[in-house]
Design a protein. Structure first.
Ligand code: ZN
Length: 153
């Protein structure tokens, strides 16, 4: 495993539409392992492949119960609304209040190409939306209804 460099939002990779993952091979597993290690070192809750310069539809999340690997995600259901503070490892020091669905249902594949679905609410729903957006070159700022100043107000 290796720590990868997290790209800043100024980099082109953060603004591109990523291609689906088609090969569920050791190269993908290496990427996912590296992304998990990079996410843990950065102490974030989600990291998408384009943030480490790989334009493929994959991300990892961790809410303290272990890593969740998400490949070729599709949000198939959105319910309710929430507004809460959001930031991004590619936008260090910037935070804003975003509006997101309260609950989402996600359909995706695991590292072996097997399909799974998961439901998430609150922080998990926010993270799923945020990371899925990254795969379409969309940053959280597009969902911000109010940016916070550096003191977090
Ligand atoms: Zn992000």
């Amino acid at each position: 495993m290796a720590i990868r460099n997290i790209l800043n939002e100024r980099e082109d990779a953060l603004h591109r539409v990523c291609r689906p993952v088609t090969n569920f091979d050791e190269r993908l597993w290496q990427l996912l392992d590296d992304m998990a290690e990079t996410l843990h070192k950065a102490d974030g809750c989600g990291l998408a492949a384009p943030q480490v310069g790989i334009l493929r539809r994959a991300f990892v999340m961790d809410f303290g119960d272990g890593i969740i690997e998400v490949i070729n995600p599709e949000i198939v259901e959105r319910k309710g609304k929430q507004e809460d503070v959001e930031g991004c490892l590619s936008c260090p020091g910037e935070f804003g209040i975003t509006r997101r669905p309260r609950r989402v249902k996600l359909k995706a594949q695991n590292r072996h190409g097997e399909e799974f679905t998961m439901e998430g609410e609150d922080l998990v729903a926010r993270c799923i939306c945020h990371e899925t957006d990254h795969l379409d070159g969309i940053l959280f700022k597009e969902h911000v209804i109010r940016m916070l100043d550096p003191e977090g107000k």
